[in-house]
Write a protein that binds this ligand. Structure first.
Ligand SMILES: NC(=O)c1ccc[n+]([C@@H]2O[C@H](COP(=O)([O-])OP(=O)(O)OC[C@H]3O[C@@H](n4cnc5c(N)ncnc54)[C@H](O)[C@@H]3O)[C@@H](O)[C@H]2O)c1
Length: 361
């Protein structure tokens, strides 16, 4: 037998710039111009809701005429179904390793386009052009890409960081209010886990200038991702505050009752009560969290939720280790920690409050 060692150097550190501003799309020519090697071809993967921007505004900003692939809007697009067509279209257009993909849309297009960029020719570059609040503050940053399977969400994918992210806040003007509110659930989450001042700045509603709020949210996410890109130390799990119950609520309601951020709001209510019972979070902080969610028109209770189904679903959360659920909880607004052991009575109480509207004041 011959046994040989293969030793590879560690991959070079990857840096990328995230621009957050009104009109940030106008930075695209400069962003492309500074890339080495220069992009040989450009493909746009776009949500068809944004067809106007993909067909008119973007091409005017590009050095050569792009290959445009428009995709239906909605979560079903983030599946294996569209992969063969998209990959074959790229191959038929002879995109080479120096080509670049522009992902124009919300988290659905961003996750799908990032995945395509991660697997086409074993990986080409892509730029995120997020168009929803959720995509700007969350999905466009951090390099998690992938698609859903019928068996569950995000079960296939690769870590593949973008080359740049341009978050143009002008694009949010056409975003339906419900989608905007859902994005705020993630911003409230960032405030709870890492920044009490950020939390306070949005606690009573949406400020008129979103730029500093979005930039700070991205900064929190980017910092946590930089510390634990592939979820090996557990630090990245902090981003999942509200997501343990939230993912289970999405799953048991078949992914069509709630938008992701709405399910996360319900999950934040559960995690907040569990934080009171387990870590001694104050009643005042619980009240502030619930008021903030209500100020952004997010759901806080659902008397129709099947609590047994919810309980049964929890250990199936992707973050469960060996069948035990790891909860991200908060001792005080602005801090989060991982809690491995939860008393079953506390969990029961925290889930049962979802049947009751909170008393807000
Ligand atoms: N990769 C990650 O780290 C990560 C993190 C969080 C969520 N996600 C994923 O993100 C996805 C959800 O993303 P989303 O909430 O952005 O949903 P989405 O991409 O489905 O967009 C929501 C809706 O808004 C429409 N839309 C998008 N931009 C618009 C605009 N500017 N004006 C008008 N309409 C617009 C879309 O057509 C769609 O109907 C989920 O698949 C989730 O799993 C990924």
């Amino acid at each position: 037998m011959h046994s040989l060692q293969v030793s590879l150097p560690p991959p070079p550190a990857h840096h990328y710039t995230i621009h957050v501003n009104y009109g940030a799309l106008n930075l695209l020519p400069h962003t492309l111009h500074t890339l080495t090697p220069a992009p040989s071809q450009i493909a746009i993967l776009a949500d068809q809701t944004l067809a106007n921007i993909a067909e008119q505004r973007l091409p005017a900003l590009l050095p050569s005429s792009p290959l445009l692939i428009k995709l239906p809007s909605g979560e079903p697009t983030k599946s294996l179904h569209h992969l063969p067509h998209i990959l074959s279209t790229l191959a038929a257009a002879r995109l080479d390793r120096h080509a670049i993909i522009l992902a124009l849309g919300g988290g659905v297009i961003g996750d799908l386009a990032g995945f395509i960029a991660g697997i086409y020719l074993r990986g080409i570059r892509y730029i995120q052009l997020p168009t929803t609040l959720l995509a700007m503050v969350d999905s466009s940053v951090g390099g998690k890409t992938g698609v859903n399977l019928p068996e569950g969400k995000n079960l296939v994918g690769v870590f593949h960081q973008p080359t740049a992210v341009l978050a143009d806040l002008d694009l949010l003007e056409t975003l339906p209010p419900r989608e905007r509110h859902a994005g705020f659930a993630e911003i409230i989450k960032y405030g709870i886990i890492a920044d009490a001042a950020l939390f306070q700045s949005i606690a009573s509603g949406s400020p008129s200038d979103l730029a500093p709020i979005i930039a700070r949210s991205i900064e929190i996410k980017a910092q946590i991702v930089a510390e634990d890109e592939r979820e090996t130390t557990g630090r990245r799990a902090l981003l999942n505050f509200g997501h343990t119950a939230g993912h289970a609520i999405e799953a048991i309601t078949g992914y069509h009752t709630y938008l992701h951020g709405e399910a996360i709001a319900l999950g934040i209510r559960v995690a907040t009560r569990l934080s009171r019972l387990t870590l001694g979070l104050s009643e005042e902080d619980e009240r502030r969290i619930l008021n903030a969610l209500a100020a952004h028109h997010l759901p806080l209770h659902d008397s129709m939720l099947n609590l047994q189904a919810l309980m049964d679903r929890l250990p199936n959360d992707k973050k469960a280790q060996g069948g035990r659920v790891r909860w991200i909880l908060t001792r005080a607004i602005g801090q989060a920690e991982i809690v491995e052991t939860i008393n079953s009575n506390d969990l029961k109480e925290a889930l049962e409050i979802l049947h009751q509207p909170p008393s807000l004041k």
